[in-house]
Design a protein around this ligand. Structure first.
Ligand SMILES: Cc1cc2nc3c(=O)[nH]c(=O)nc-3n(C[C@H](O)[C@H](O)[C@H](O)COP(=O)(O)OP(=O)(O)OC[C@H]3O[C@@H](n4cnc5c(N)ncnc54)[C@H](O)[C@@H]3O)c2cc1C
Length: 528
């Protein structure tokens, strides 16, 4: 993973000329005068852990080799991958750097690390793939270690009769899929961060993948979890469903490292699909397309992938950026939906035919296989483009929410307006794009992408727009996050969404599991 950008440096994507032209002409983007600070020029404070703390940590993981204090290891575990995170590290801001990176190999070693940290009053940030986009890896505490779970990367068990698998938390998406595929199964969890994010991170942040219409969200796949806390171990998941009290899985899912470290996850798996097929449909308007998605979500049949871009995202996605200005002035040129079917040949053929009838009835026109296959082929590429946009002096960020179907139109307008008005008022009119890519019987998520010129201080320039969007989400009846989580960035809005009694109850849970407040201080819950 690139330390100050996204993904595999070999896959870095140059900005297409047409996009560069659009940025300049439509958004007034000017080339950035500054170049990112080089790794060797970052000015890190010296590690402050005492020799006794370092020795206890080394004992906990068996060897000092798995306790790293070198500058590069520490920098590689700073914050996550939101655009403000990238802008800050590109500017050389290393204030949130961990004191050390500790790499345990088992549940017992995680417990031992937590004991050592408690003894030395050092905070702990569980670190999976480091792809958090909500400040989930930036605790409000100066001295902390990053607990990197990459060595816990085994498939511990596969039960083909029950169709369950037990996975260690440090498995990245492709590693987990490869281990399952070798035995004929798939998890079916394909978020855009699939290549880098981990099983533990998926559970800790309640992730949702691009095939959620067919396979479900990650939290729906989880049947059991093991949680290591400073006070001991919690295990959940004796049976697929249970009436034995409240479901403790739900307390661990989405806890973002604030209650403990997830050291194993039992998931349901499905047979590898015989066939995968994706295609494109066109709707006259976003509202018409959304109504079609709702019909499929409520009455079926459910495609495995179901997504709809609004007019602006459709134009940009079709690589027709030159046409955007004119098309927006004309009121848009329609919206692209992608439907995907994975499963046995007979099942995909049946669902495809029945879904096509519904989509036609709702006003859709089949465009063909090409847009669907193009989407599937390039599904993990967009984050690479963000680095090129930042290099070119543009700002690009995403945010997401969800609501019941009846609220979706108001939520869509409210968030777009908040982003557009705030950034236009600050002198950088944005391009705001949106898509629906996670649907339920009763509602859907909205995922926004914002592109504009960078302000002089790009992070400070973006913050009021992000806050205005958060306010719009709450006012329009949305949730502050559908799948990115709370972290530190959404925490104050989450506290308002959940309400004071709920937050107090969660604090009581944290106080019992983590009495010294060492786990991810300030992430999910306020520290005071
Ligand atoms: C380009 C890009 C695209 C993205 N696309 C999607 C998407 O399509 N869908 C989606 O849901 N999300 C997406 N995300 C967000 C992110 O990938 C998810 O939140 C993911 O679940 C994080 O996994 P991770 O392993 O990187 O966790 P990290 O970023 O390392 O950690 C996330 C949080 O969980 C905690 N944590 C991590 N591992 C554990 C553990 N084992 N036990 C306890 N706590 C733990 C961390 O302390 C942190 O608070 C995207 C992010 C980026 C940058």
């Amino acid at each position: 993973m690139l330390w100050n950008g996204w993904g595999d440096p070999a896959k870095a994507a140059p900005l297409p000329d047409a996009v560069a032209g659009l940025l300049h002409d439509l958004l007034g983007v000017r080339p950035s005068p500054s170049t990112p600070v080089a790794l060797k020029d970052l000015e890190l404070s010296d590690p402050t852990l005492t020799p006794a703390a370092l020795k206890d940590l080394a004992d906990a993981v068996g060897t000092a080799d798995h306790v790293r204090t070198d500058a590069e290891s520490r920098v590689r575990h700073i914050r996550g991958k939101s655009t403000p995170d990238l802008l800050r590290i590109r500017a050389g801001d290393v204030t949130d750097v961990p004191q050390a990176v500790v790499l345990p190999a088992s549940h017992e070693e995680v417990l031992a690390v937590l004991r050592a940290c408690a003894a030395h009053a050092v905070a702990v940030v569980p670190f999976g793939g480091g792809t958090s986009v909500v400040g989930g890896l930036a605790p409000e505490r100066g001295e902390f270690i990053a607990l990197d779970l990459r060595r816990m990367d085994a498939l511990l068990d596969l039960d083909p009769v029950s169709r369950t698998a037990v996975l260690q938390p440090g498995l990245r998406g492709p590693q987990a899929e490869a281990l399952l595929a070798a035995q004929g199964f798939t998890l079916g969890h394909f978020p855009q961060s699939f290549e880098w994010a981990t099983v533990g991170g998926f559970a800790a942040a309640r992730s949702s993948g691009q095939a959620s219409a067919g396979y479900g969200r990650f939290d729906e796949m989880v049947l059991g979890l093991t949680l290591a806390t400073p006070e001991g171990t919690i295990e959940t998941g004796r049976a697929p469903r249970s009436a034995a009290g409240p479901d403790l899985r739900q307390l661990v899912l989405g806890s973002e490292g604030a209650f403990g470290v997830i050291t194993s996850v039992t998931v349901r798996v499905r047979p590898q699909p015989e066939q995968r097929l994706y295609e494109g449909w066109r709707f006259a308007t976003f509202a018409e397309g959304a109504a079609a998605l709702r019909r499929l979500a409520q009455d079926g049949p459910r495609p495995t992938v179901l997504r709809l871009s609004d007019e602006t995202e459709t134009l940009v996605g079709l690589a027709q950026p030159d046409a955007i200005g004119a098309a927006l002035a004309d009121g848009g040129t329609g919206c692209l939906a992608v439907t995907g079917y994975e499963g046995t040949s007979a099942d995909t053929a049946r669902r495809r035919e029945e879904a096509a009838a519904v989509l036609r009835e709702c006003g859709g026109t089949l465009v063909g296989i090409e847009p669907g296959e193009r989407w599937a082929h390039g599904r993990y590429e967009a984050p690479y483009l963000r680095d090129a946009l930042l290099d070119a002096g543009a700002f690009a960020e995403t945010l997401e929410t969800a609501a019941f179907w009846s609220r979706i139109p108001e939520l869509y307008t409210a968030v777009r307006t908040a982003l557009t008005d705030t950034l236009t008022g600050a002198g950088t009119p944005p391009l705001v794009m949106c898509h629906i890519s996670h649907v339920y019987e009763n509602g859907a998520s909205l995922y926004f992408t914002v592109v504009s010129a960078q302000g002089e201080d790009p992070v400070a320039h973006w913050t009021p727009a992000k806050h205005a969007a958060n306010e719009a989400v709450l006012a329009a009846g949305g949730t502050i996050s559908h799948h990115h989580g709370v972290g530190t960035d959404h925490r104050d809005w989450y506290v308002r969404e959940a309400g004071p009694l709920a937050v107090d109850a969660l604090r009581a849970v944290k106080a019992r599991l983590d009495p010294a407040g060492l786990l991810n201080p300030g992430v999910l819950l306020p520290t005071d």
